[in-house]
Design a protein around this ligand. Sequence first.
Ligand SMILES: *Cc1c(COP(=O)(O)O)cnc(C)c1O
Length: 369
Amino acid sequence: MDTMSNDSPIRTDPGKRGWVHAALARLEQESARSADTHLLRLDFPGFPGIAFYFKDEASHPTGSLKHRLARSLYLYALCNGRLDEGQTVVDASSGSTAISEAWFARLLGLPFIAVMPACTAPQKIHAVQALGGQCDLVEDPAQVHARAARHAAEGACHLDQFGLAERATDWRGNNNIAESIIGQMCREAQHEPTWIVCGAGTGGTSATIGRYLRYRRLDTRLCVAEPTGSGYVHGWRSRSREAVASQPTVIEGIGRPRVEPGFLFAVVDAVVEVDDAASIAAATQLETLLDSRYGGSSGTNFAACLTLATRMRAAGERGSIVSLLCDRGKRYSDTLFDATWRRDHGLDIAPWQTAIATALERGELVAPD
Ligand SMILES: *Cc1c(COP(=O)(O)O)cnc(C)c1O
């Protein structure tokens, strides 16, 4: 067994699966040291009888819901015999996934390469490097997957977040995000959520929640909240895997331009489109409500919650809506939370800020003209 500290090399037992066993033990230790993420509750005067809950995925050690994904991808690689002692680990990611994967690579004493477009913000490149990872920058963003595949052909283990997110997580339980939410709701008055709301990046989170709801025979509906016109929006509506986005987005982690392999349309009951300005306005409202800053996709989720709550109230429905706080807002202080940056990107959030504040009081989210 591996009983040494984190930075010491994992000891191996030649001829056996020594290193793999020790690596799995180290992941178990990390899990045992971690607490579950909070489910925060908010109530608004405009929505009597509807309780709002937010799963704080920013509180993971690496600051986002990608901590869960990275842990699952390493477990999946190890248990499939694809990852062994001293092997380089690679993935194509310019965001939170690279940071979480670099963190786990360091935990396991493995070299890590993040393949990123050369235009990636220096702050993110530095975050991966600070964790001991290496960034392989490619000029053409469309080439990141081919470059990751080349590293894999040379012997690296490709974690492949977009290819494997949907299957790497144990959808029946093992404290996946859905099991955790449903467990945390057990003492609430409206313990079976009316809706669970999340975005789609790899599609892993929505696939896990959608499968788990059926497995547990719950009537809870799943809503995917996405930037207006994303690949997911068009793909879900037409049930086509060839669909592409009709407009770009500044919201990171979600709003993919294409249908990713992990998008599981059949388990999703509704898709709510959210304009970027509304997502950012909702993120600023969350900061006021929770005294903590979360990223743009958390705002997308919150805005979609208010759309669903508006429909519920109009239909005289009571219940609960659960959503996710996906990552910390600190990373976006020079972008989404910077007024000059927003102006340069043609984003005026003031009308949406008013619309959201009004909705919390009056129970109806109305898009500004
Ligand atoms: C990845 C990500 C999402 C979407 O989660 P998936 O499980 O990949 O679909 C949402 N928000 C942020 C900030 C993310 O990094």
